[in-house]
Design a protein around this ligand. Structure first.
Ligand SMILES: CSCCC(=O)C(=O)COP(=O)(O)O
Ligand SMILES: [Mg+2]
Length: 241
């Protein structure tokens, strides 16, 4: 695959929810699991350095939002985090805590991460072809590693060369893709146009395209939108590298 100037794709960056895996799994299995266990997890672990740091970050972000909760108000912080789950707020401290909570569910065998069969097949094929594969998701890097490590298709983690989360910035901001590119260029001799970004969200693709990456819009269900900016596909099987 090349762009209009003939630049080849030499590295793939993929989103998770709605791209490699179903939105339903994340919203119907992972989010309810976090909702159910969040209060008990925070009360049991509130004095560990990891959880304390995320509770402080939750208080800081709430203050930035103009709706402050004190860092020692555990009930208030739990309520705020539960509200962020309900509204699908991609807040970095919530995402970090969700990853820690989901770990028990994966390890107990309560669930395995959903993979579209075409995504698993193509990721394996591209890996075998020698293409470096990276993930960029709002889920924390820890959560991403659990997701692919405990997938319904087995441990897919070895397929990936690295992971990015919202610590590089929000997925709809062009600067985040520049940050990712700068990091990738430490290890790979690439320009932005050598990177193919796969996502189900147009605004994320717009941001990646703004910095020069190639893009493909995964539309897993429903009508195919007409889009002049991004090639639209229903499945990874339509992507030939
Ligand atoms: C890493 S698995 C959970 C995914 C998640 O928490 C999420 O918010 C999905 O975000 P994405 O950027 O993958 O659409
Ligand atoms: Mg997505």
């Amino acid at each position: 695959m090349t762009d209009a100037l003939g630049t080849p794709v030499t590295l793939i960056l993929t989103d998770i929810e709605g791209t490699t895996s179903s939105i339903r799994f994340v919203h119907d299995v992972l989010f309810p699991y976090a909702t159910k266990h969040l209060a008990e997890f925070i009360r049991a672990n509130k004095n560990t350095a990891d959880v304390q740091a995320q509770l402080q970050a939750t208080a800081d972000l709430s203050a930035e939002d103009g709706d402050a909760v004190a860092a020692n108000d555990i009930d208030g912080l739990i309520a705020r985090l539960l509200h962020w789950i309900d509204t699908d707020r991609k807040a970095t401290p919530l995402k970090a805590l969700q990853g820690l909570i989901w770990e028990a569910g994966y390890r107990n065998g309560d669930y395995q991460a959903h993979m579209y069969p075409d995504a698993t097949a193509c990721l394996k094929q591209w890996h075998d072809q020698g293409l470096p594969l990276y993930v960029y998701s709002s889920g924390s890097i820890y959560a991403q590693k659990l997701f692919f490590g405990f997938s319904q298709d087995g441990d897919l983690l070895p397929l990936f060369s690295g992971h990015f989360d919202t610590l590089v910035g929000g997925k709809r901001e062009a600067q985040s893709y520049l940050n990712i590119l700068a990091d990738l260029q430490k290890q790979h001799n690439i320009s932005a146009a050598n990177v193919l970004f796969l996502s189900d969200i147009k605004e994320e693709l717009d941001a990646a395209k703004e910095v020069g990456m190639q893009t493909m819009w995964l539309v897993r269900e429903g009508d195919i939108p007409m889009d002049a900016e991004h090639t639209v596909v229903k499945s990874f099987a339509e992507i030939s590298i």
